[in-house]
Write a protein that binds this ligand. Structure first.
Ligand SMILES: Cc1cc2nc3c(=O)[nH]c(=O)nc-3n(C[C@H](O)[C@H](O)[C@H](O)COP(=O)(O)OP(=O)(O)OC[C@H]3O[C@@H](n4cnc5c(N)ncnc54)[C@H](O)[C@@H]3O)c2cc1C
Length: 489
């Protein structure tokens, strides 16, 4: 029987029972012998911190371990395999799709202690880091020498490069330069058998299958990453940052499509709507207009002459699309302030709502006006407030749906609205995730864009790498039989 004919249920992952107290005691003992008592957390109080990430999902691990090197990670994996216990890698837990949540309990490997920048090679434009390095720490180390690491998720002050690899993270500046996968040359990983293996390497374009590409974005389901070789680039000679202010949302969306269509690709085009602008301005005081329908935050960089030329073109397109004003940051301080507003936007929304749910869909840029209308209609129908702050240049939407979990039934309405938004994204030829991954949150929605045959091939890959399916079980794939069910929702 060929792969595509095989029923999904025969290759779907097993459901794990929670660890018994006896097994847990034995596993804890072995782990303590390997890592020392201080680095094995196992009381309900100690592990409670690891039961959540930035999504709305929760599940408590049985044990949390904090290894300090690859050998310890390999030893943890071997112990877990012997006792048939699930293993879930965790960076900073800023994931928005529940990737680091241990659905079946088991062992969470937290990488907080593996946070060293191992080497920086300016001559060959690369750096080697451990997975627990916080994204911005690499940039802060190399910026003074005139170099940059491009992927810059808005969470970069806390998320880790290991977590970025797990999710294939993007960020405002990945519009022109590409997401994490375009900036990673090689990985050191621990396999489900506990072997330490090097994938890819320091040179570009290694022959054979692109295993580095396969593992980036695999959400901890195929391997545990213990080292990452990344590309670094020289800082651009010139950079100009501007905001364009619009009274009509549709004009802002049309501006995005037109800028990209003319072949002028800025380094970043971010959009914020009125609700977000009001929260951001109250929080950061960056000078964003609180009465505008939408603002585009744009950046262009490169050689001085080309930046000036691009800037002129962008301003002309904004004006043609009825921008009320285009303001160019006068200096580095103003530029940093504008970016601080954008990058703190999720946090700023905390001022206006106790909780919010971030969706992550992608649409063709020309569909932005239509899909933004749909999002507003859907949320109105479910009696929910929504704000939009997103990577507009990529067509990567992030509706923030506000809610209060204390209000009975509200979280269910939020989930249903989120599902309908993704249905629209899929229907217009987009995707159910641009950068936050599938995790637990979007397992069912995978069926909106993949056929059973597509999913079966992905499951085969997972089974080949991870035969016992102990690495991050319960993620990524729709549960058996759910594809058809979700299509009928
Ligand atoms: C305010 C805010 C803004 C955000 N902005 C962006 C943005 O602009 N762009 C974007 O892409 N995302 C964004 N995110 C989402 C999140 O920050 C990213 O997905 C980030 O990559 C997660 O990193 P982390 O270290 O927190 O990983 P975690 O959440 O801990 O884990 C994420 C996934 O990676 C896996 N993983 C972690 N470490 C390893 C490892 N060593 N080996 C194998 N797998 C591993 C985990 O199992 C999990 O599946 C944002 C989140 C927040 C809260």
């Amino acid at each position: 029987m060929s792969i595509v004919e095989q029923p999904l249920t025969t290759i779907a992952e097993p459901l794990y029972a929670r660890m018994t107290d006896t097994t847990k005691a034995l596993v804890v003992q072995e782990l303590q012998q390997t890592l020392g008592k201080a680095h094995v957390l196992h009381t309900p109080y100690d592990v409670a911190l690891y039961e959540y990430d930035a999504s709305i999902e929760r599940a408590r691990p049985d044990i949390v371990v904090l290894p300090s090197n690859n050998q310890e990670v390999a030893a943890i994996v071997k112990i877990a395999s012997r006792y048939q216990v699930p293993v879930v890698p965790r960076g900073a837990g800023t994931g928005l799709s529940g990737g680091a949540i241990p659905v079946y309990g088991g062992i969470v490997i937290a990488f907080a202690r593996m946070n060293r920048i191992l080497s920086i090679d300016y001559d060959n434009l690369r750096a080697t880091v451990e997975p627990g390095v916080v994204n911005i720490h690499l940039s802060q180390a190399i910026n003074p020498h005139g170099y940059a690491y491009i992927p810059d998720p808005s969470s970069q002050r806390s998320c880790t490069i290991g977590g970025n690899v797990g999710e294939n993270a993007g960020g405002p500046h990945t519009l022109i330069y590409g997401v994490t996968t375009n900036h990673v040359l090689g990985l050191e990983i621990v396999t489900p058998e506990g072997e330490i293996v090097e994938i890819g390497g320091e040179t570009y374009d290694m022959p054979g299958y692109d295993l580095t590409g396969l593992l980036i974005g695999s959400e901890g389901t195929l391997c545990i990453v213990t080292k990452i070789i990344v590309r670094i680039v020289p800082v651009a000679e010139a950079v100009k940052t501007m905001i364009a202010v619009f009274d009509v949302m549709e004009d802002a969306s049309n501006t995005v499509s037109e800028i990209i269509a003319t072949g002028v690709i800025p380094a970043a085009i971010e959009m914020m709507d009125q609700m977000i602008l009001q929260a951001v301005e109250a929080d950061t005081h960056a000078g964003y207009p609180m009465d505008a329908a939408a603002v585009l935050l744009m950046e262009t960089e490169g050689l001085r002459e080309s930046v000036d030329a691009q800037l002129e073109q962008i301003v002309a397109i904004c004006e043609k699309n009825h921008a009320r004003v285009v303001r160019i940051a006068a200096d580095e301080a103003e530029r940093q302030l504008l970016w601080a507003g954008r990058k703190n936007a999720f946090g700023a929304v905390g001022r206006i709502s106790p909780e919010f749910y971030v969706q992550d869909g992608v649409v063709p840029r020309t569909q932005l006006p239509y899909v933004l209308h749909c999002i507003s209609d859907i949320c109105q129908r479910y009696n929910l407030k929504v704000g939009n702050v997103f990577h507009a240049g990529d067509g990567n939407l992030h509706p923030l749906i506000l809610f209060d979990a204390q209000v009975p039934g509200e979280i269910e309405r939020v989930r249903l609205a989120g599902h309908e938004i993704l249905e629209i994204c899929a229907a217009v030829g987009g995707s159910i995730t641009g950068e936050h991954g599938v995790g637990i949150e979007k397992q069912a929605e995978m069926a909106l864009i993949f056929s059973e045959a597509d999913l079966r091939i992905m499951q085969q890959v997972r089974t080949a790498w991870n035969p016992q399916q102990l690495f991050n079980p319960g993620k990524l794939f729709p549960l058996p039989g759910r594809c058809a069910e979700m299509r009928q929702l």
